[in-house]
Design a protein around this ligand. Sequence first.
Ligand code: SF4
Length: 715
Amino acid sequence: MDTRSTCPYCGVGCGVVIESDGARITGVRGDPEHPANFGRLCSKGATLHLTAAPEITRQARLLQPMQRLQRDADPVPLAWDGALNLAADRIAGVVQAHGADAVGVYVSGQLLTEDYFVFNKLVRGLLGSNQIDSNSRLCMSSAVAGYKATLGADAPPACYDDLAHANTVFIAGSNTAWAHPIMMRRLEDAKRANPAQKWIVADPRRTETAAVADLHLPLLPGTDVALFHGLLHLLLWEGLTDAAFIAAHTTGFDALRDRVREFTPKHVAALCGLPEADVVQAARWFGANTPTLSLYCQGLNQSSHGTDKNAALINLHLATGQIGKPGAAPFSLTGQPNAMGGREVGAMANLLPGHRSLASDADRAELAALWGVPPVPAAPGRTAVEMFEAAADGAVKLLWIACTNPAQSLPDQAMVRRALARAEFVIVQEAFADTATARRADLLLPAATWGEKEGTVTNSERRISRVRAAVPPAGEARPDWQIARDVGRRLEARLDPRRADGASLFAFESAEQVWHEHRATTVGRDLDIGGLNWAMLDAAPRQWPLPAGAADGLARLYGDGRFPTPDGRARFAAPAWQDVAQPRDARFPVALTTGRLRDQWHGMSRTGLLGRLNDHAPAPALAMHPQELDRRGWRAGDLVRVRSRHGEAVLPVQPSATVRPAQASVPMHWGEEFVGGQTADGRPLTGVNALASPARCPQSKQPELKHVAVRVEPA
Ligand code: SF4
């Protein structure tokens, strides 16, 4: 039996066909009709069925609700009704004793749009707080803030077809070949069809993507804004800007022109550590070998100046008029499979459903009217790291964590462990039983996962795809939206008993019903899908916007030169260049950056279960330039202790010319459950993010996971 669905890993959003006998998943293949991948799958997508094998399910899945009666005790099973009542009792107790702001709900870009929607309605509609955030904060929040600051809306303007139309592809802070492999296949197709297409890659590391580029700019970590300002300086100097577009469709260019005046090629080459001629070449291709498409990801986003980096790159497109045309746009690559859907339903501390803004009284009133609840407060909730810091400080008393593993993925792991220890109650809703966060939970709620649940996701090009169940959930697992609904109904009985069943905020019996309510929140907004219905989505994935009366979604945005700002013009930003939050110094002389491996996904709770995927890189290693090893007398495989101001990790070192001297790189995937548990001298090891700094972008609040200063010593 074949069931069409979507890959649950990255934001490319490939279509899959799940093969099953109705009870067990037996295979997977790419969906030849899905416009994201046309039948192709990468190594992760092609092995999805193996992660649903019975032995993996028995070994790794959370199969029934469990309660930990003491923090250091083994959890014991309990029935669903008791688990849901316990969750509701503890949440209601905290709300009544300390107020709704003492409950922190931390969700995930892995959730489906419908899951996200119900969680958000529970926090905003029922609890009346804004204390919900998503692990998308670690992934895309700088892209969101960059789009909104310049183009006026959180909307990637391009589509995948633009890869084939571009003559120059500028890839900044993205190892597309490993992080978005099917997108890379499409780029390779484009280059085969158009050998004149130029690829420029700006990345401190010589990644697999950089290695096949026409021009690699190995800029020093954190110097992206300086590079982008330098490119604009050159575009102006060489007459490659579009004065007519700037005059007709933008504001703020004079301030930006003043800002970039000092970013001469010589200055930029020195700041960024690049040959001057390469900066000049990049500017000429960007401005003259058009159309130009920029692809960018975590190298820009995971930065203490992530919003500035995004805005400075978008400036280049506005200044050259390279937007709104086939092959021309700034195009953020979404990290997680449904970071877009989470933003659409507003399940982040500073957002509201339908791309509404907390800062707008009208938007808050509109949402209140849609749901029949009082308006939420205007003050944003705590963002991801802030939520855990507040728990560590005692202000957040209860954490409800769904489909994510903050005890591995957040920066400043020592703080996260304090937060999980100090919280009065920790609820973890998970598909997998033994994540680092699950080990610290008081209550474990088993969630259905890929192949077992219904709903929708939105990929990088704004395309909404159906996710479908091929088999029933394993054990007693339930879909995330149903768990949130059932806790919500119980909370209504405890906190708002006037809501009889008929007036419940959670009168949903299917994912389709949740989606219909989500759709209603989009009408009249930039992401309007009022013209889309479930039957259309069942037939084929669709891009937003697709308002009532439209025959199909819009492939690319801003073709008419109008932007969703009050005056219809895009806004140039003129940020100053600022260095990384922790520059190298005498005590911490090495710049450490992190990145993805080809065959692993995030914290490896799924991909780490398969030997076939582990074979690519069975253990984490610290990559350092061969000169650094020679100078210290180290050999490949020697254990080294990597210390930052926040923590330490012991890792084998590997020589690699992909990084410069005084730099190092480590894969992001490993936490305590995969690296062993203690250092050679018996101290606990908390994974690679033990090293990461909590420094974050002041606008997006996205942490600087891409850079921290470290020192490296013999272990
Ligand atoms: Fe899945 Fe991304 Fe690979 Fe496509 S490219 S198969 S969405 S992991």
